[in-house]
Design a binder for this molecule. Structure first.
Ligand SMILES: [Zn+2]
Length: 409
């Protein structure tokens, strides 16, 4: 258990980084080009670090002088570090390799699931350094967010006392408006128009960014996960909340007020499960963890543990559910034709027959002939919720490294 000693906010005493006022939306052409160039340098180091400046120039198409300038700025801000020169002698600084400095900063992360919140710290490579699960049944939104801020504080003090928090990324299911940092509607949590970003900014003093968890996991796959996700990707999230996200190239589709990705009420075959919308046979009502738990008469984690140990009845339930998930995956695959479709589902990592069952169903329904290669599990099994939260923030960093500026400057 984490200490709850002292409820006074301490985050403000960390040397927190803050977002610059105009952030990534800067409009003047020169600033945008500078940001894009700094972004491509930082991403080249993420992908291939340790990497020599000369190699960065080759990979990014930037001039050697531009790479030197951006690298110097990223070094100064503690986002990169220089490694000792190896091998080649007498070729000068351009061959001194640089890498991400994963020891200087941390990204705070919060994911709000239906029954518990996950608070975590991630490094610049998206590795989860520590995560804490906090049950929150019965807590109002404001109280839960205040509690999450306290836990974040404890994690920073206990696990990263010497590191600078970049800020706090927040992800949840339902309808999340990234631009306003608001959870517009999350029926399973009972949240409507909750100003999450403003509440957490006030309680932590950190830069806070909020997005839907499926979209955020798209960012995570594109940055740290599946290589094909950079072409185009559909993310299908099947927990208690069931939703999705789609990206093509570098663009994650949001649509007006970020309402894209709602697949909860997609009809599935052979289901008479009543849904809160008044109809029967909706995807979320049919495959949600709560429905499976109710059918089994067991809490979901216990049912999952039984299946993991090979209990045939439990495995059969997950297998049947996987085929239903496969129905939705096949439809999304045909509508959006992505290079890869990522299913985020807790059963995939622990019940070996689940992913093959999803793929079989996709294969039987989709026009695509390559379902086995196209449908994959998440790259972050076991840390997907923490990763979803952290990626909201890390995506901003890699999109525009100048979004965050050191407060001591
Ligand atoms: Zn419905």
């Amino acid at each position: 258990m984490l200490s709850t000693l002292g409820s006074r906010r301490r985050v403000c005493h960390h040397r927190a980084m803050t977002a610059v006022a105009d952030g990534p939306q800067r409009t003047d052409g020169r600033g945008a080009r500078r940001s894009a160039a700094a972004s491509s340098v930082l991403r080249a180091v993420l992908d291939e670090g340790p990497i020599a400046r000369s190699t960065i120039a080759r990979r990014t198409g930037l001039s050697a002088a531009a790479v030197t300038g951006h690298t110097a700025e990223l070094l100064r801000r503690g986002l990169l570090r220089e490694l000792p020169e190896t091998g080649k002698r007498g070729v000068g600084r351009p061959h001194v390799p640089v890498d991400l400095d994963t020891g200087r900063h941390v990204a705070g992360a919060l994911h709000v699931a239906v029954h518990h919140a996950t608070v975590a710290l991630l490094d610049l490579r998206g590795n989860v350094l520590v995560q804490h699960e906090e049950p929150h049944d019965g807590l109002a939104a404001e109280d839960l967010l205040a509690r999450a801020a306290e836990i974040l504080d404890d994690l920073l003090l206990g696990h990263a006392p010497d590191r600078e928090p970049l800020g706090l990324g927040v992800a949840t299911g339902g309808w999340v408006d990234r631009a306003s940092g608001t959870v517009v509607d999350h029926p399973l949590l009972g949240w409507r128009d909750v100003p999450v970003r403003d509440l957490l900014t006030a309680s932590t003093g950190l830069t806070v960014a909020v997005d839907g968890h499926a979209r955020s996991l798209v960012h995570a796959e594109r940055l740290f996960g599946h290589p094909r996700a950079r072409d185009s990707v559909v993310q299908l999230f099947t927990g208690n909340v069931v939703d999705s996200a789609f990206a093509t190239g570098a663009t994650v589709h949001h649509g007006p007020r970020s309402a894209a990705g709602a697949v909860a009420h997609l009809p599935v075959d052979d289901s008479a499960e009543p849904c809160r919308c008044g109809r029967t046979g909706c995807l979320e009502a049919t495959v949600s963890e709560a429905t499976l738990a109710r059918k089994a008469g067991l809490p979901f984690p216990e049912l999952l543990a039984l299946a993991a140990h090979g209990d045939s009845e439990a495995v059969r339930m997950f297998h049947d559910r996987a085929r239903l998930i496969g129905q939705a995956a096949a439809l999304l695959l045909d509508v959006l034709n992505p290079a890869v479709l990522v299913v985020v589902d807790r059963s995939i990592a622990v019940v070996p027959s689940c992913l093959p069952a999803i793929r079989d169903e996709v294969g039987a329904r989709s026009r695509r002939l390559d379902s086995a290669e196209t449908v994959v599990g998440t790259s972050f099994p076991g840390t997907e919720l923490a990763t979803a939260g952290g990626a909201v923030l890390l995506d901003l960093l890699y999109e525009d490294p100048s979004y965050f500026t050191n407060s001591q400057n």
